[in-house]
Design a binder for this molecule. Sequence first.
Ligand code: PBG
Length: 329
Amino acid sequence: MIIGKYPSLRLRRSRKNDWSRRLIEENNLTPNDFILPIFIKNGKNSKQPIKSMPDVYRYSIDRLPYVIDNALKKGLPMVALFPSTETKKKDLVGSEALNDDNLVCNALKLIKKKYKNEIGVMCDVALDPYTSHGHDGLRNSGYVLNDETVNILIKQSLLQAQMGCDVLAPSDMMDGRIGEIRKSLDKNGFKMTQILSYAVKYASSFYGPFRDAVGSKGQLKGDKKNYQMDFRNSDEAIREVALDVKEGADMIMVKPGLPYLDIIKLIKENFKIPVMAYQVSGEYSLLSNGISKGLIDKNVILESLISFKRAGANAIVSYYADRLDKILK
Ligand code: PBG
């Protein structure tokens, strides 16, 4: 609907001055809009650069207080933990996922003891950081088995909830896992543990640097197309979300972010639920490398992040989350 007519109406009038542009802004970012992913590793007093992700590090557990203190100082509501598991601890069935002494469990114990409910902690539910083949579940002749995998994910979820995880985030794309995980959480006294379902996760080449960060890259056999979504589809995204909402998901993740703004908008408009966008590792690395090579200026970061808000995302998982104040200055 267009009301008004040139020359009595000139849209450039309201764009002329900065104060006026600020006055009519429709979207903005605050620290509440961000979730900070943190990569954790074994060892002591270790902060290890990740080659494919400039300025992102893997931290040993004893270094986590520095990272969390900074996240709190920046006003971030939640962090997300991702383990970089030693190769020798990986096997065909991802046993290490169920070890209550694994990296994620130890990180949860430390953070929840020291920070209580000052900050939310979200954990991935999936087996790929723990399997020797790099897939999110059990495999049989190259096919990732659904129900057998869900049985393990239920246990992984319960364990993480017991260790104090606030938000379980199944990122595995198995069918039916949200309902099963919700049932088991409720039965075992974790009625208030939230589920953020990666309901819409596409089989994407934008995850490359992440797989490097968690050490599953060299190991990954084949691709993830028999469980992650086909990027040619969007009706299917609605069906995925509808199922997960019915099964008890509190929030929905769309992933990757930038190439899927239409999906964020579609889900928000159809379901009116909290929708999170994941600005994934490939998006991060492309922007960061483009900026450091002088190909584009750093304002592309703000421009990309605002596009998620414009599309309707409530919050954004971003590797820039803890440095935005500096970057945007
Ligand atoms: C695995 C998982 C992936 C990411 C988050 N959890 C990668 C994958 O599915 O292969 C990707 C995040 C990123 O690229 O930043 N369950």
